[in-house]
Every structure is written in C-alpha cells, then in structure tokens.
Design a protein around this ligand. Sequence first.
Ligand code: IMP
Length: 489
Amino acid sequence: MTSVSTRPSFHSAHLASQPAAGFADVLVGLQYGDEGKAKIIDALAPGYDVIARFNGGANAGHTIDTPSGRIALKQLPSGVFHPHAMLYIGSGCAINPWKLADEIEQLREMGISLEGRLRISARAALVQPHHIAMDRRASGMIGTTGNGIGPCYADRAMRVRNDTRVNLMLGDLLANEADTVASMRNVFTCMINAEGGTSPWIAEMSDMLLSLPKVSETLRDYIETDRGWLIDRVRHGANVLFEGAQSVLLDVVDGSQPYVTSSHTVPAYAYVGGDLSPKYHRRTIGVAKAIMSRVGRGPFPSELGGERSAQYCHDASQKSVGAAEEQVRCTAEQLLRSDDPFDVGIALRILTGEYGTGTGRPRRIGMLDLAQLREVVKAHGVDCVYLNKVDCLSHYFHSAYQGIPMRVHRDVLSTDPLPDVLIYPGLNEHSLALGREGALDAAMHGFVDFVERHIGAPLAGIGLGPERASLITLAAHAVSPVTSASPRV
Ligand code: IMP
C-alpha cells in the first residue's frame, strides 16, 4: 500500500524557514573544585556566543589578572573579559545581590560595562541575610564557605516557613521590592528572636537590608523575565558554553554526603539550571588539575598525609591560618625532601599556592588520582579533559618520591581493578620546560598517552603555567573554536 501525502511534513516546512540552530557545550570540574576552570573558559570563550552559569553562587570564585589589576569574581561567568560574549546566569543559581552588584560595579570602575551583555534569570534564588547567618553558624562540620548557599536552596525547596514565603527569587525584588525587603527582615528577626535575641551579625544584616533598594537598582536592567531567552538565542544560531561551579565530586546527590555543596554540579544539570533544552547538547568538557586539592571536609583518597592533613587544614581554617602564617612557620624546600607525605603536602601547597580564593584557607593537597578521574569520566560521559598544573609536577623530582606519585587502576582493562599508587618515572624537568615553550618531547607525549589510557578520555590540553600562553592545546582532541561570520546574539 502506498501512502500519498498532499502537504509537506511539519518538519520540512518548519525547518526551511529556520536559521541553523546553535549548540551548547558543558564545562565542569572533575575533582573537588578549584581546578582552574576559568582559565580554560578564557581560552575557549572566542568560540562561543554566550557563557552561562547554571549552579551555585558566591561560593564559587576565580581570580583574574587583567592589565588594570586583579579582580576576584564569584558570580559572574568567566567570559567577562571577552566583549563579544553574552553572559547568562541561569535559574539554577543562588544569587547574593549585594555581591553581584559589587562585582558589576568593580568591573565598571575598570572600564568594563556589562550593559547589553549580561542577563540574569528572574527565577534565580535570592540569598537572604538569614541564609548567610545560618550558614556561618553551622559551617564547621562540612566546612562550607559561609555564603548562605545551602540554606538558600533549602528555603527554595521549603517554599513556606511559619506561614511566610521563604523561596524568594531575584524577580521578586523587581516585582515588589518593599514587600521583599520586609519579608527578609521579618524572617531574620524571627530567627534572632527564636535564638534569644542575640546574633553577632545583627548590625551587618540590618545594613544589608537597608542597602537593598540601591543594590536592586544596579541589578534591575540585567534581570531577564523571559524564561526562553537562552533558547531563543540558540535556536537562532548562538553557541553556548555552560560553566559549572564547584565540581562533580561535590554534587549534592552524587558527592559524598554530607561533605558536598548544596547544588547539582554534574553536567546534566546545566540544562535544568541553565534554562536550555538538552537537545542542544554537543560535548562535555572536563577540567582537572595534576596537583589535586580539596577545601572543607570529606573523603579525599589521594590526600598526602591522609587524615592528619585533613585535620591540620581544618584546624588552620578555624584559626584563620592562611598562606602568610604557614610560610613563616615552614620552609617548603626542606619539607619537600621529607619522607613523610604530610610534609610533602604542605610543601606543595606553599610552592603551588593552594589557598582558597575567597577564604584564604589552606587547601588539602593530594596526588593526581587517575583512578578516580576514570570513574568520573565514565559516569558523566566526559568527551575530553584539560589537565591544569602539569608544570607543578616538577616539584616531585626534588622530593623523596623521585618521580610523580599517582593513584591508578594498574590494570585498566580488568573488571574489578583495585586502585594503587605508582611512581611515574618517565617525565623530567627538561620536558616540562620544553612544553612551556610549546614543544612536547617524547617524554611529554608518553605522559599524555599514559594519562589518557588511565582515565579513558582524550586530553584536549595541558596547563604548564599560570599564563594564558602556557595552556598547550593538544590538537587532536581540542575543542574547536567556532568562528562566527556575523554576531548571532
Ligand atoms: P558551600 O558550597 O559553601 O555550602 O560548601 C560546601 C562544601 O563545598 C565545602 O566543603 C566547601 O569548601 C566546598 N566548596 C564550595 N564551593 C567551592 C569552590 O568553589 N571550590 C572548592 N570547594 C568549594
């Protein structure tokens, strides 16, 4: 039997009138945060029209060196210094309006205007004074950043407490500023009263509420009430790079409870928190670093010094011991030669500057864990990986290890391989120095092959120094920048 169609199908008629749609790539950290994602985004940004955030808030942080000085950004996407790129903050984020207005203002003072470039979903959750107070009070056990992110997401799910709506969104500030401020004040006051009328933060929170009208005036023009804003851009050809905050191992469900952040950090969430249909997904890009770190508590299988290091860093952050104090107490070069991994961890922290961007806390240090990376790559379908801080591996040549210690599954093909530590001998300082100049010798290629085989994904690039130029792209797997002939946004 033949079927006769007298009219064009929906698809052919519809597609003929549509411009080619764009796509989205998702970039996430594959370890415990602070893998140097901003640096990779900076390198990839020319290939995208929109850089978008989909989770977290002021608990994230990246420091960017610019010709006009150093700036620490927390909530704005990393593409701010690429004027062609639009910036989008999705509904999955928890926004601290005071800090966001401050970031916008700092950039304006540096001569960078975000007018016409920044859109923030009106449905992003609003961090309120009582969230910050609650988080600061309870930050000890998990080691949270004290930015109120957890309580904010908790209130989003709670919706109403004591007959008061607590899941306020950024759009509420626009729609009804007076009621929103009054509601925040009411919830904060109730909290203080329930605690006997005292809190070390009453004056600070009260000042925040007083300044909110000015802050919302700064943000007003950037708030986007159209839920389809990003979809429309992509349907008309824009290419999006989603920038994950924190890292997949800190995911609120997938990470090791309770030592996790409170948002979803896994790449699949980009399409929920970033307000786009997953049908536009192209690739998942992972970022890891060769000297691993973790802030806060929780499992860290490759930590140098194990539980001793975890406790030391916890105590140091409670006593506000940061880089300056630690460097006065310890000589990195001596510690590096110790045969105690705990000492080597301290030495590497000092030599490679592993202290929190926002908090200054000493980060726990670990050896490169290829076994763990392999599991993460598989679980999240990571297409390619950028490995930062490869140059820092050279410190191990001055340690008792005399090579690079790494946690690996020795037999990657076995069905139940057990992780093990091996000392990788085949790299030397000469190879790393050559690499910094852009020339990869056989030893460096050998290292790249070894890592790829053990993690089960290609390396798209390796970081051999902090400067832009020292990110070496491995051509075979690099994420190709897409040059657009005409602006698509
Ligand atoms: P919160 O996100 O402030 O609730 O903190 C929960 C956990 O996530 C703590 O262990 C934090 O140290 C960690 N964390 C949050 N944001 C970051 C980040 O940007 N880098 C690394 N760790 C983070």
